[in-house]
Design a protein around this ligand. Structure first.
Ligand code: NAP
Length: 247
């Protein structure tokens, strides 16, 4: 796989799965722009790592649920890099609760970040991709969007929404040679897992048929494939990367 000369935008890429995706795309020669809610040491280390590879790297601090910010950030990337080839929508949060205890804030914030946040960046980049007649969009969803998860009705609803969103986008954008796909991770070892009770983590491990919890790199490998020409005939697809957790 080779992404030399390409320009990618990855959301939620300071840490976890987003950072592994960023690293993998950079290793394949891709210039990087990324968005995260905080600007911290992780951000600076990431920029240094990418620039050490001789690539361009630009960070934007923003909450992905902010519609205006997405428009501004996309315009800045176009003016600095000249183009965008790849959008990876990854930034996500979970605020778990059974439905009879879920607050309006828990519902709204998870939908705003995990669903509207993805819309914001696709809406901002779609006119450019359409004009270029070229582009790859990869949305990070979850197996819990496919099967529903106890205690995660807000998260499951957002992630299921991303699956419908991905398929509709593939139909709208296909004639412009734009591929739109989603990756559905099972349980992956990141900071997000810290919010999950120990019993649920053990149960997830037992559900996998490969008897392992996935790593962020497992997801990054699938995303890199979907960003490359090797997947040029794949669109509207949801690829589970879950060690067989949901078969
Ligand atoms: P993570 O370790 O919590 O990393 C998410 C990153 O996104 C963090 O840097 C976080 O910043 C940032 N972020 C959070 N809210 C944001 C916002 N509103 N705007 C911009 N950036 C924001 O999570 P992860 O496990 O890597 O998850 C990445 C994606 O994979 C999410 O969409 C998640 O739903 C999905 N996923 C994860 C798993 C899993 O088991 N880990 C399974 C299935 C799907 P802060 O840390 O500063 O808040």
């Amino acid at each position: 796989m080779n992404l030399k000369g390409k320009v990618a935008l990855i959301t939620g890429a300071n840490a976890g799965i987003g950072n592994a995706i960023l690293t993998k795309l950079a290793e394949l020669g891709c210039n990087i722009s990324f968005v995260d809610i905080a600007h911290n040491e992780l951000t600076e280390n990431t920029i240094k790592r990418v620039e050490a590879l001789g690539l361009k790297c630009r960070f934007f601090q923003s909450d992905v649920s902010n519609f205006q910010d997405a428009e501004i950030i996309i315009q800045k990337i176009i003016s600095e890099f000249g183009k965008i080839d790849i959008l990876v929508n990854n930034a996500g949060i979970n605020k778990d609760s059974v439905i009879w205890k879920m607050t309006e804030e828990q519902w709204d914030s998870v939908i705003d970040v995990n669903l509207k946040g993805y819309f914001n960046y696709v809406r901002a980049v779609a006119p450019l991709f359409k004009d270029q007649c070229n582009g790859k969009i990869v949305n990070i969803t979850s197996i819990n969007g496919l099967r529903g998860k106890f205690g995660q009705s807000n998260y499951s609803a957002a992630k299921a929404g991303i699956i419908g969103f991905t398929k509709a986008l593939a139909k709208e954008l296909g004639k412009y040679s734009i591929n739109v796909n989603a990756v559905a991770p099972g349980m992956i070892n990141t900071d997000m897992m810290k919010n999950i009770p120990e019993a649920a983590r053990t149960a997830a491990l037992q559900e996998t048929v490969l008897n392992r919890i996935g790593s962020p790199e497992d997801i990054a490998n699938a995303v890199a494939f979907l960003c490359s020409d090797l997947s040029k005939h794949i669109t509207g697809e949801i690829i589970k990367v879950d060690g067989g957790q949901y078969i």
